[in-house]
Ligand binder design. Structure first.
Ligand code: ZN
Length: 213
């Protein structure tokens, strides 16, 4: 590659960060549900990274979230600089809805977008759940916002379309860049994840075997 696409540079940095995180992964140390979430199911990033096999969800999720962040930040930046009406609307919306406890903000990418509350265990009920806490700290609903004029609405619809198109374009460039990293992604899964899964399976098999004498 001669002149590197800025998206490709970000993808490369995000894959590096994921590779630094991966050796710390182990089954069961991760809070949150283990089944695939909406963000990961059918994500084109999985195919691009060569992770469509049976890699554990948390491993996959950590990479998908990092990729999603690249897109989100690029779209935020584009909106801020190129789409003034949509930007003003989103900023106003944020001010309007500010306050309360948001358990989903400021999380590491491995945790972002996963269910924060573990699956309920009837033997050991939790005293409260993160979802309940967020609900309780939510401020009183504010007065309705002043209505938009129809010209403003039209402008916003147009800018949303531009933002969507921009996001689609970044997503394509990202997937293309991610395919370049497939060998090191797959090698890392083979080295750090598969032996741990194999050990779990071996243990399971041992426990299923009838004891000798
Ligand atoms: Zn996920």
């Amino acid at each position: 590659m001669s002149e590197q696409d800025p998206v490709a540079a970000k993808v490369s940095g995000a894959v590096d960060a994921w590779l630094r995180w991966l050796p710390s992964w182990s089954p069961g140390t991760h809070r949150g549900r283990s089944r695939m979430c909406r963000r990961c199911t059918g994500s084109p990033f999985l195919a691009a990274a060569g992770l469509e096999g049976d890699a554990p969800h948390q491993v996959v999720h950590a990479l998908v979230s990092r990729m999603q962040r690249i897109i989100d930040r690029a779209v935020d930046d584009y909106t801020e600089h190129e789409l003034p009406t949509l930007h003003a609307e989103l900023t106003g919306e944020q001010l309007w809805n500010a306050g309360g406890f948001d358990p989903g903000s400021g999380l590491e990418p491995e945790y972002e977008g996963v269910d924060l509350d573990p699956e309920t265990d009837d033997e050991q009920p939790f005293l409260f759940t993160m979802a309940e806490l967020a609900e309780q700290t939510k401020p009183e609903p504010p007065l309705p916002r002043p209505p938009l004029s129809s010209a403003e609405k039209q402008r916003i619809r147009y800018e949303i379309e531009l933002a969507d198109r921009f996001a689609g374009d970044i997503g394509q460039r990202l997937c293309f860049a991610l395919t370049e990293h497939r060998p090191r992604v797959q090698a890392a899964v083979q080295r750090f994840v598969e032996p741990q899964i194999q050990a779990l399976l071996d243990e399971l098999t041992r426990n299923l075997e009838p004891p000798r004498n």
